[in-house]
Design a protein around this ligand. Structure first.
Ligand code: ADP
Length: 612
């Protein structure tokens, strides 16, 4: 139904691709249907439904093809013989065929759409599971909106095809071939006439259709030019008015719009001509064939029933052909969608667990070491983000990373979490090279408290449970108490069951941080990676967060990207970074006494804080 309206403006040009709808992005198309084959495993995974769909498809087509046969016999034998019983029997049979047709069509609809929905559901899960394993490098190349559109728009397009379009195409194909065969069986003479008529109709239509499409594209392009001009000027409306350019701009826009009207008029003229031509050719050919058929009936070489039967088959064939050309555009669009989905599924994660991972020592120690690590981000060529970085952190110690923005502090975290592998040198945790351990085991040893806390649209309890999905509510509460979060969580409308996130309750910066700390505490990893928030909290939140952090750091190895005086003062050691290198290290007092980069940074960064 919706398809007929969508493609309604296209019905005069059979076989022509539908116009891209105005204003929207033109659909991607694939020239070949090969990419659709990539979806085969998703379909063949459900052999029973596939078989049921196939059977109902064939049964409904055959039932449809039987009807003209019945009609002929009824016209020739039934109506002629005036035999009441015969007519009764035939009508009963027609009803039976109708019943079969109805059931088979319903079954076809159900099974085919079931397959479509199933394929898309499986595909969506697979794509998400796959994308979730891809590293940050992938997400830097690919915008998440693009991935979302793959997950929703592209898969929906495939659903349309795997569901309705493909079954329509198959049914139409069966109907077309069946009707053609039956046309020849019914009357060779008339069939040959039809064969003669086809090129007479189709060739001019194709040529004309091409012209119409070319004109449509031109009309669309001129409209796009006009819109671009309008958008550009309206977005700079102050400049336009400041320079009293309104008059000139309006004139120019009017001219653009006129141009687009001219293009549209040409297109409509061509399309009107095409409609007239198509109608005339079809009606003339059909009339011609019918005239020949009627003369044959009169001269007695053809029975009236046979003529009726032939006409019905011809109508079936024409309808099937029309439908085939209609779904063609859709199928080739879906093929384009399938192509990009399959491409996406084929992206290999850069970072993966080794096949034979080295076991990390038990119980965990919490020791970190960087040895001559050199690393450049994949898209930065030779510009090193870390240049010959070596340091180690003994279990239980706290080390602060300090340095100007862009120095490489976050990069150290990225390598520790093994989002990337170093170009040379080694990152080890508990004495095992990060790339030799299993990713899961490696990441289980670290808990990250990021600067920008990500909360999910779920309950507070689930948000805390993020890193330990099986933790009991008791454990969640214990972590929240330790993170100084229990009090404010209890005060929320539904306590631990309060929904957070987009439609849920929003939390203050300090509260978010305490949720993140509770999350890290619950994960109970030996190493804490802490990216201190740069934005200032009010004094009370600050005190709460500090207290929570102290609890979290107790008994853990902590690496902290420090922005606060209190943090650096308490650290066992400070690494001062600049341009990817560690340029100084020592305690706060030592480094201040040294009067180097740290001293300058500390003066700029911490004096204001100290003054408060
Ligand atoms: P810091 O955390 O000290 O501010 P980073 O470790 O984030 O510094 O950055 C170190 C260098 O690496 C900078 O030059 C930065 O531009 C670059 N860099 C950081 N992240 C990426 C990334 N994802 N892709 C490419 N370059 C990056």
């Amino acid at each position: 139904m919706s398809r007929t309206t969508r493609r309604g403006n296209n019905q005069e040009s059979p076989g022509a691709a539908p116009d891209a709808s105005e204003g929207s992005e033109p659909p991607r198309r694939s020239a070949s249907l090969r990419p659709l084959l990539g979806l085969k495993p998703y379909v063949t995974r459900h052999p029973v439904t596939l078989a049921l769909a196939g059977v109902s498809l064939v049964v409904s087509a055959v039932a449809m093809l039987v009807i003209p046969l019945a009609v002929r016999r009824m016209v020739d034998l039934g109506l002629g013989s005036q035999d009441g019983l015969f007519i009764d029997r035939y009508f009963a049979m027609l009803v039976a065929v109708g019943a079969i047709l109805a059931v088979a069509s319903a079954a076809r609809f159900y099974f085919v759409n079931w397959l479509g929905e199933r394929v898309v559901a499986d595909l969506r899960s697979d794509i998400f599971r796959h994308i979730a394993t891809l590293g940050p490098a992938f997400f830097e190349r690919t915008h998440s909106a693009q991935v979302m559109s793959r997950l929703t728009a592209d898969t929906t397009q495939i659903k349309a095809v795997a569901g309705t379009a493909l079954s329509q195409a198959l049914r139409s194909l069966i109907m077309l071939l069946g009707s053609l065969v039956m046309m020849f069986v019914t009357s060779l003479h008339l069939s040959f006439l039809v064969l003669l008529a086809i090129p007479v109709i189709v060739v001019p239509l194709i040529a004309f259709g091409r012209l119409v499409r070319k004109l449509s594209r031109r009309a669309q392009d001129t409209l796009a030019d006009a819109s671009a001009y309008a958008a550009e000027n309206l977005s700079a409306v102050r400049t336009m008015q400041a320079f009293s350019h309104e008059q000139v701009a309006s004139e120019r826009y009017r001219a653009e719009v006129e141009r687009s009207f001219e293009a549209a008029r040409e297109r409509m003229r061509a399309r009107a001509g095409l409609t007239a031509l198509a109608m005339f050719l079809v009606i003339a050919s059909v009339t011609g064939i019918l005239w020949f058929g009627a003369s044959s009936v009169i001269s007695g070489t053809l029975s009236a029933g046979t003529l009726g039967q032939f006409v019905l088959y011809a109508v079936f064939a024409a309808a099937a052909f029309a439908q085939l050309s209609e779904v063609w555009g859709e199928i080739s669009q879906a093929s384009g969608a399938a192509e990009s989905l399959i491409e996406l599924l084929a992206v290999e994660p850069e970072i993966r667990s080794p096949t034979n991972p080295v076991a990390l020592p038990e119980p965990p120690l919490g020791a970190i070491a960087f040895k001559n690590v050199r690393f450049a981000y994949p898209d930065r060529g030779k510009t090193a983000a870390l240049d010959d970085v070596s340091f180690d952190v003994a279990p239980g110690k706290t080390v602060a990373l300090v340095g100007p923005s862009g120095a490489g502090k976050t990069t150290i975290f990225n390598l520790l979490l093994r989002f990337f592998d170093p170009n040379s040198g080694a990152v080890t945790i508990d004495g095992v090279r990060a790339s030799d351990a299993s990713l899961e085991a490696l990441r289980a040893r670290t808990a990250l408290v990021p600067q920008n806390v990500a909360l999910f649209a779920d309950t507070v309890a689930e948000n805390i449970r993020y890193g330990a999905p099986n933790a009991s509510l008791e454990a969640v509460k214990k972590a929240a108490v330790a993170a100084q979060a229990d009090d404010f969580i209890r005060a929320l409308p539904n306590g631990y069951d309060t929904k957070l996130g987009e439609q849920g309750t929003t939390l203050s910066g300090g509260q978010r941080q305490r949720i993140a700390i509770a999350r890290a505490l619950l994960k109970d990893a030996p190493i804490l990676l802490l990216d201190e928030a740069t934005s200032a909290l009010d004094a009370e939140s600050e005190a709460n967060v500090q207290k929570a952090l102290e609890r979290a750091m107790k008994g853990r190895t902590t690496l902290v990207i420090a922005h606060r005086l209190a943090t650096v003062q308490k650290a066992d050691r400070i690494l001062v970074m600049d341009n990817g290198r560690i340029v100084e290290q020592g305690t706060h007092a030592e480094l201040v006494a040294k009067g180097g980069l740290y001293h300058r940074l500390a003066e700029m960064q911490f004096t204001a804080e100290a003054a408060e």
